[in-house]
Design a protein around this ligand. Sequence first.
Ligand code: ADP
Ligand code: MG
Length: 304
Amino acid sequence: MSIIKVKNLTKYYGKFKALDKINLSIKEGEVFGFIGPNGAGKSTTLRILLGLLRKDDGEVVLMGKDPWHDAVELHRKLAYVPGEVNLWPNLTGGEVIDLLGRLRGGFKSERREELLKRFKLDPTKKCSAYSTGNRQKVALIAALVSDVDLYIFDEPTIGLDPLMEGIFRQCVKELKKAGKTILLSSHILAEVEALCDRVSIIREGKIIETGTFSDLRHLTRTSITVDTIQPITGLENLEGVHNPVVEDTHAHFNVDAEKIDPVIRYITQFGVRSLLSTPPTLEELFIRYYGDEYISSQQEMSEE
Ligand code: ADP
Ligand code: MG
């Protein structure tokens, strides 16, 4: 059953088309990644799903309801961590966790204590005094403390150190085990790859791919380095082979996923001494789609 169903969702900010006929279908119990560079339209999509923003066109169904009209009812069954966490500055972290947690179903104080310990958060400080990372922890704990059917996280690990990122991942895995549905946006490939069953890639308001990681890997090329007894000839004429470099009995080339088998068969006639195959990374796929945009967003990340 689909927990989230989005069809041809379109959103304008003034004349600017932020979302262009987005389609998404997220099944019950799935961890779904929504990935794309900054400005792609991730937060806009999630805000519409949450009924915080009005769509211009298309259909959005969340747990069988309309997020714009049934927001109150829906918000009891879902937990949300926004992209930019703005907490009430005069409340303490603990107060925010209690307030947001109790608004939704299934608040348990043991769970609250457990999460505070795991994320190493001091709940007695005023939100205005927290660092970005600690404000993010407050928002995450407030969401994780609720026992709901659907969890939506918009770039959840921004500002968290790697150790806390690990704790968050662990929490997502536990939610999945408990049969919850999770929608997670990110512009960090590794994060989504570690957690998600399926992903949609969004760019400039359009979904460009949807599938499992192995589906997406089929779109990429494997890199092959091979040493042979006789020099390989005719490599450049094989279908699916790219950038072949042959130096005597040593050769290197890239091959399309669906052509690996015939290409490997072909080269065995030259007597294979050693063969190294490097599986494609999604990183490469991203660079193909996003080009410099993707590379610079990763650089920004590492500078932060
Ligand atoms: P993401 O979350 O993927 O980084 P957003 O959904 O925040 O992307 O933004 C998508 C596009 O819409 C961006 O070009 C952004 O500048 C624009 N945008 C977002 N919010 C507004 C707004 N309130 N008014 C005008 N443009 C906006
Ligand atoms: Mg965003």
